[in-house]
Design a protein around this ligand. Sequence first.
Ligand SMILES: [Zn+2]
Length: 292
Amino acid sequence: MPDLLLGATAGSGASIFATVTTDLVAEVQRRHDLSPTVTAAVGRLVTGAVLFGASLALRERISLRISGDGPIGTLAADAWLLDDRTVGARGYARNGRAELPIDARGKFDVAGAIGDGLLQVTKSFEVGQPYVGVVPLHSREIAEDLAAYLAKSEQVPSVVALGVLANPKGVVAAGGVLAQVLPGAGESAIADLEKRARAMPAVTKLIAEREDARHLLHQLSGDVELRSQREMDVRFACLCTKQKVEAVLRGLGRSELESMNRERDETEAICEFCGRRYVFTRDEIEALITSV
Ligand SMILES: [Zn+2]
């Protein structure tokens, strides 16, 4: 079952989105060798980024960043459009091997692994300043924190559910749903959505049973008619290039680059989002030093 993102308008009351991200989360897990608990945390965040990315235009980007005082440290995820029918996404965690015991409910202790901290949401546009919103973490389970961000910072009452089913062998199922009440919808619209979301089986259970994104969408919309349906592929991607890594190296300054060149024949930089290695020879570093 390929990863997909679906969006639709449900009646006159809500925009709803559903995604299956099993392959995407498996790719993030594999590239960073994440522990099961960190896989759950990063997988939820990157799935949230995909859902937030549903309303992006080309050359816009959504970045979600959680900075907590728990063992994971910082985790981050980005989503953007690769073309008009494909969403690209990536994610990483500062301490990818952090692990905590399963909690009392038999679930990954994502909240404990994240700790107290902040959620930062950045929307970057093709031109102009990015929009940045920051809210304190509340539940630290990610889905509720993203819903709280949308309600507080963007004044859009929303329901978010995210799930990752992982074990030491890998990712079994991942996905999520997002519903946003449309302006002018009645007071009962958000209560109805919350009721349907609560009545839904866990998204990971549905995906593990081979249900697709369309099924998730219908679970959330109930018997309300869906209009303007949109379907997009979802896949892992990265935005790193050698030029961007060069810019970071230049930012280290002349003396740091000179001392790097004295100490080693080659300088290696690894993209924290995709794990790609960039190797610079002494001559290349020399050229950077002259251009600082
Ligand atoms: Zn990269």
